[in-house]
Design a protein around this ligand. Sequence first.
Ligand SMILES: [Zn+2]
Length: 132
Amino acid sequence: MAIKITSSDKLFSQYIRTRDKWTCQRCGKKYEPPTNALHCSHFHTRGKWGVRFDDENCEALCYGCHSYLGGNPIEHVEHKINKLGYAKYKKLQQRSHKPLKSGEKKYFLSKEFRAKLRKKLKKVEEKWLNDK
Ligand SMILES: [Zn+2]
């Protein structure tokens, strides 16, 4: 199933990778933006709109770790539980099953949502530059 990558997705990916300081959350390798070698990995796929733009559903992973975890679902779950803790992992799972409220999908694709993302991106960008 091919999922269209929207401008909101692109911005969110930039946000997640910056939040994670352009560092792979599995192997710890650091990257220098701009790069496509570090991905914004969705634990529950983008097809699950309820968690498509969910901070806890996403993390920066290098190409190698992304495909490794993609092919090893049990380790992927273990990795996720290690990162979030079991309670947050379970809550994320519940959120992933929740259907979208009416208008919510439209909101995710709106300029207002992207403006909000840009604000979040600016914040994590400052933090990343400060810690560098
Ligand atoms: Zn990695």
